[in-house]
Design a protein around this ligand. Structure first.
Ligand code: AMP
Length: 434
């Protein structure tokens, strides 16, 4: 899971838009704390550039660091792209940070992508056999190399190269790229696994792209547009007419938006889609209401309070409380400075789970407690929290989950490739309850 963004100055090619991009990356840290980076258009006659490092956007673009970065990339820079990374398929080191590039003779594609290519290794092997060398095992480098390869073979037609790769490469990719002709290319895979939005601030003449619609809505003051599955958008700040061109290279594939975006990853204030302008928070709250309806209809005992696993169960606990008329109480407390546990390597995970969440015993002692969470993936968090609730004296604990059982691995950008680690894999609901 990652986040991508881009900024283009449409009215003034002299402008440097890097500060605007860094502000967006800082607001998108929910999508990845492992690394951050950006690509930026080269000065006249110079190649496009990139910068990336391990660490969160907050650390890398802290006030003490950012002056130095902006000095290094000063001058007229009307196009920039950016990336925040949550390491899924490849290791969490600086080599796998994004953007990645493809370059020949001072001509450079710089690419930042969200989503995983499931057959990345075999794509890399194919490209290595044709003679390309890799500095990472990241999907975005595979995409950059395929784009460059297609472009070299088609007489340097960038639009065609993107559409060819978009049609043939199988996997999840919501991407932004700066090309040798110094234009911004935006592309979303035909299935539409990962979100991608764009918006325009007309008065400032700035065009924006981001994985989170909420950020664009805040900046531009209007509802952004979705990059459609199978769509390519090309933005050219150096022309007076037709600055934004759109191409649909695939529009008849079934679309499968990632459910974990809805349950968990996306910012609560982002929209589901252009066709469904409900925010993720509203959807999560409605899921909690639905749990409440099913709870009442199932004739289960009435809980004395409903309490969310912070923060992933908050909206659904609110919905459940509204539906069932049960008090909503935040009896589970999260140390927000301890970070998100699932992002840590497995060995660290158990320890962190132990220290990260604690129960306020006074609220739960002798009570029937309903707990909500978005999903159970490995089951470690639910087991840990249930134990803590009983240890704090809860009489009964009911576990309410909005997502269906997470039974199978995902190879499209959620870090769950091994079915053996999924607690719901080959287990019935009764076994899960036990
Ligand atoms: P657990 O069942 O212990 O794996 O923890 C589940 C919690 O972590 C839920 O809130 C999930 O939404 C969240 N989570 C999100 N993504 C992942 C992931 N890739 N692996 C594990 N847990 C995840």
């Amino acid at each position: 899971m990652c986040g991508v963004a881009a900024v283009v100055s449409l009215n003034n090619p002299e402008l440097n838009v890097l500060p605007d991009l860094l502000r967006i990356l800082l607001q998108m840290q929910n999508r990845g704390p492992d690394a951050a980076g950006f690509g930026i258009i080269g000065l006249v006659g110079k190649p496009n550039l990139q910068w990336k490092k391990s660490g969160s956007a907050k650390e890398l673009f802290a006030p003490s660091e950012v002056g130095h970065i902006l000095d290094k990339f000063s001058g007229s820079r009307p196009i920039t792209i950016g990336h925040v990374r949550y390491a899924t398929a490849s290791e969490r080191d600086a080599d796998n940070a994004q953007p990645h590039h493809f370059g020949v003779g001072g001509q450079r594609f710089v690419v930042a992508a969200n989503g995983d290519i499931p057959f990345c290794d075999s794509e890399q092997t194919k490209l290595t056999r044709i003679g390309y060398q890799f500095e990472s095992n990241c999907d975005a480098e595979v995409i950059a190399k395929w784009l460059g390869h297609a472009w070299l073979n088609n007489g340097h037609n960038e639009e065609e190269a993107f559409q060819e790769v978009g049609k043939t490469l199988s996997g999840a990719f919501s991407l932004v790229a700066i090309t040798p002709s110094k234009r911004l290319f935006i592309m979303r895979d035909p299935i539409g696994f990962r979100p991608l939005w764009y918006g325009l601030d007309k008065s400032a003449g700035l065009f924006y792209v981001a994985s989170e619609s909420a950020i664009l809505q805040k900046i531009t003051g209007s509802i952004p547009c979705e990059v459609l599955p199978g769509e390519l958008i090309v933005v050219n700040p150096f022309t007076a007419t037709e600055q934004i061109k759109k191409y649909r290279f695939a529009n008849n594939r079934p679309q499968r938006f990632c459910l974990m975006e809805i349950y968990y990853f996306s910012r609560p204030d982002s929209f589901h889609s252009e066709k469904d302008l409900r925010t993720m928070h509203e959807l999560r709250l409605n899921l909690g209401r639905q749990l409440g309806k099913e709870w009442k209809a199932g004739g289960y005992p009435e809980p004395e309070l409903v309490c969310p696993v912070p923060n992933s169960g908050t909206a659904s606990a609110q919905g459940f409380a509204l539906e069932c008329g049960v008090p909503y109480i935040e009896a589970i407390f999260k140390d927000r400075y301890a970070g998100r546990i699932f992002l840590d390597p497995a060995a660290e995970r158990a320890n962190r789970a132990f220290t990260n969440l604690s129960v306020i015993a006074g609220y739960v002692k002798g009570k029937k407690v309903a707990v909500t969470d978005d999903s159970i993936v490995r089951g470690e968090q639910s087991i840990d929290v249930a134990r803590k609730l009983y240890a704090a004296g809860a009489e009964e604990v009911y576990w309410l989950i909005t997502a269906p059982p997470y039974c199978y691995p995902c190879f499209f950008g959620i870090n769950t490739p091994d079915p053996e680690l999924l607690i719901a894999h080959q287990r019935s609901i009764e076994e899960l309850q036990r």
